[in-house]
Design a protein around this ligand. Structure first.
Ligand code: F6R
Length: 259
């Protein structure tokens, strides 16, 4: 696991560099997209690079998760958020972005179909991730099986409170359920790139990088991934015991070695 501690703007550029490097080598790469606030600067950076010529025309993309039951036209439905924040701003082909169907009549069947569509695409090459203050990735809340696949989950009170800011501050308006890629689904992606900023994420980032692997802090499963990159600002890094070592490692990193 590589930990990079840098200002937020640089973190977004580094994540965009990883995506751009992937697409230059394989214009038909498969991206994994997160929602929430953490990846927004990355999407802005990718949109800027698209204006300079970076094409997403051959790319397919899979979303991490979706709320259950939000109306199709609800602005916080993750499908609509991704369309607004990223897909509509680049040249992704119509239908190139897929997400779990939180409006399906048969939710377990929708989850199984989603797993099959990721497999049919050959798996995810690069997965962008954020982390919840309770240590979730996607919506794998504490207690999630480390072997889990796409399924329905109940959001914790903490996550609903954290996300109330997207629903006019009203916790009651945040759905109680979601469909989410499982931890094993995420772990099958070939490169994981997680972004975190702000002091509220410091404990979760500490556990993710330095804690014991445990379902209590689901993101810790990333310690078992052969290619995981954790991009954090100073505040999110403030509880890391080995912060000086991570800084030194990054400063001394060979120039030829990308993320
Ligand atoms: C969203 C998702 C979540 C968020 C996490 C952090 O698709 O998968 O795991 O990444 O809740 O959210 P922000 O970035 O808003 O702090």
């Amino acid at each position: 696991m590589e930990v990079v501690i840098a200002p937020a703007g640089e973190l977004a550029r580094l994540a965009a560099d990883a995506v751009e490097g992937l697409l230059r080598g394989n214009p038909e790469a498969v991206l994994g997209l997160a929602t929430g606030s953490s990846p927004l600067a990355v999407y802005d950076e990718l949109v800027a690079r698209h204006k300079e010529g970076l094409s997403f025309a051959g790319v397919r993309a899979f979303m991490l998760d979706e709320y259950v039951g939000l109306p199709a036209d609800h602005p916080e439905r993750y499908r609509n958020v991704i369309e607004k924040e990223f897909a509509s701003r680049v040249d992704l082909a119509p239908g190139a972005v897929k997400g779990p169907d939180g409006l399906a009549d048969d939710l377990p069947a929708a989850c199984a179909a989603y797993e099959a569509s990721i497999a049919d695409a050959g798996g995810v090459d690069l997965q962008i991730l954020g982390i919840g203050t309770d240590g979730h990735i996607a919506f794998n809340e504490p207690g999630s099986s480390l072997a889990s696949r796409t399924r329905i989950k109940t959001l914790t009170k903490q996550t609903r409170e954290d996300n109330a800011r997207f629903f006019g501050g009203s916790v009651d308006d945040v759905p109680r359920h979601c469909l989410t890629q499982g931890l094993a689904t995420i772990m099958a992606a070939r490169h994981l790139v997680l972004l975190a900023s702000g002091r509220a994420k410091a404990e979760a980032v500490h556990q993710l990088v330095e804690g014991p692997v445990s379902a209590m802090w689901p993101a810790t499963v990333m310690q078992l991934h052969p290619h995981a990159t954790v991009l954090v600002d100073d505040a999110a890094a403030s509880r890391l015991q080995l912060a000086d070592y991570y800084r030194q490692t990054y400063a001394d990193k060979p120039g030829w070695q990308g993320l």
